[in-house]
Design a protein around this ligand. Structure first.
Ligand code: NAD
Length: 297
């Protein structure tokens, strides 16, 4: 029996690659978005995450016309993957970004757990580490950035993502559901590797992303692994690729460009400063799309 997944934000930059990856793994997907997705076999319900009634409703819906054939009503949902959001600052006014992201995530998680869904994966962000949308040149507290870092965003988008992690933790504690928050790094689509030569030529341009990235297809693998891994309660996982977006080994690079910022543990030679060690060790993530495969050096 195929696992049935409701995916919010599947029409977006990250979502469309992750949805395709999940379809290829054999999942049945219903997309929930404000904009339809052009993906054969995946229906989009146009619905607003900021509307709680709509979220309860989409989670009790048929996925498509084939649902009517059983005569038994909509089938059970195995997991919700929640990506819909205002994905950065400066798209909407700050108060709207905060409102849509926090209320939207609250609505999706609340509806899911109250309808008995036991697995929810939400899109958190590298911005929780506080430097991405900081005013001025803020330093990281230490390296590597791992899930136990004292996250301290000052911008309204990063703050909304941090609030969402707290919402996830509260509902996981309240219900015993598994709710995993993915701190997603800068998403790179397959056609975007032509941006890397500029990253390498101007290393400080990537400080706000902690010299890290996530290939959109590898993000699909992480979501798939998170759907398969049960029983962990509330968890945070950095969702990034393995290595630094620079040509120098990480220790040398950080000594040169972040002198004075402590490095707290031994690093693998090219380990990304925003580390995916937990995703590799706990979920079994093995990246397939190292940027070095696609970027001439
Ligand atoms: N792109 C990145 O580098 C990056 C990095 C870290 C985290 N994230 C997070 O990953 C997720 C996906 O980001 P993305 O880059 O694909 O963004 P995107 O804007 O391309 O996609 C977001 C999708 O959500 C939908 N959406 C927005 N508001 C909605 C609402 N009120 N109701 C229903 N749907 C709504 C949009 O129509 C869009 O299709 C977001 O949660 C974002 O915050 C993205």
């Amino acid at each position: 029996m195929k696992k049935r997944i409701v995916f919010t934000g599947g029409t977006g930059k990250a979502g469309r690659h992750v949805v395709r990856y999940l379809v290829d793994q054999g999942y049945d997907i219903l997309n929930v978005d404000l904009v339809p997705l052009e993906q054969p076999g995946v229906n989009t319900l146009i619905a607003d995450i900021a509307d709680s009634g709509e979220m309860f409703n989409v989670l009790t819906s048929h996925f498509g016309f084939e649902g009517f054939e059983t005569g038994k009503g909509p089938g059970p949902i195995d997991a919700v993957v929640h990506f819909a959001a205002v994905p950065r600052v400066l798209i909407k006014p700050d108060n709207e970004t905060f409102r849509i992201n926090t209320i939207g995530t609250y609505n999706v998680i609340e509806a899911a757990v109250k309808l008995g869904i036991r697995k929810i994966i939400i899109a958190s962000s590298e911005t929780t580490y506080g430097v991405c949308f900081a005013e001025g040149d803020k330093d990281f507290h230490h390296f590597p950035l791992e899930e136990d870092y004292d996250v301290d965003p000052m911008d309204s988008y990063g703050l909304s993502k941090l609030v969402n992690e707290k919402t996830a933790r509260a509902f996981a504690m309240r219900t015993g559901a598994d709710i995993y928050a993915l701190r997603i790094g800068n998403v790179i689509e397959p056609h975007e590797y032509d941006r890397f030569p500029a990253f390498l030529a101007n290393p400080m341009s990537r400080k706000r992303n902690a010299w890290s990235y996530i290939d959109a297809r590898d993000l699909g693998q992480i979501v798939d692994l998170a759907i398969r891994k049960d029983g962990l309660g509330f968890q945070v996982f950095n969702a990034v690729n393995d290595t630094i977006t620079a040509t120098l080994p990480t220790r040398e690079f950080l000594a040169k460009y972040c002198a004075g910022v402590p490095v707290q543990r031994p690093l693998a030679e090219f380990e990304a400063p925003l580390s995916n060690r937990k995703a590799r060790e706990v979920l079994g993530f093995r990246e397939e799309h190292d940027w070095r495969k696609y970027v001439p050096r």
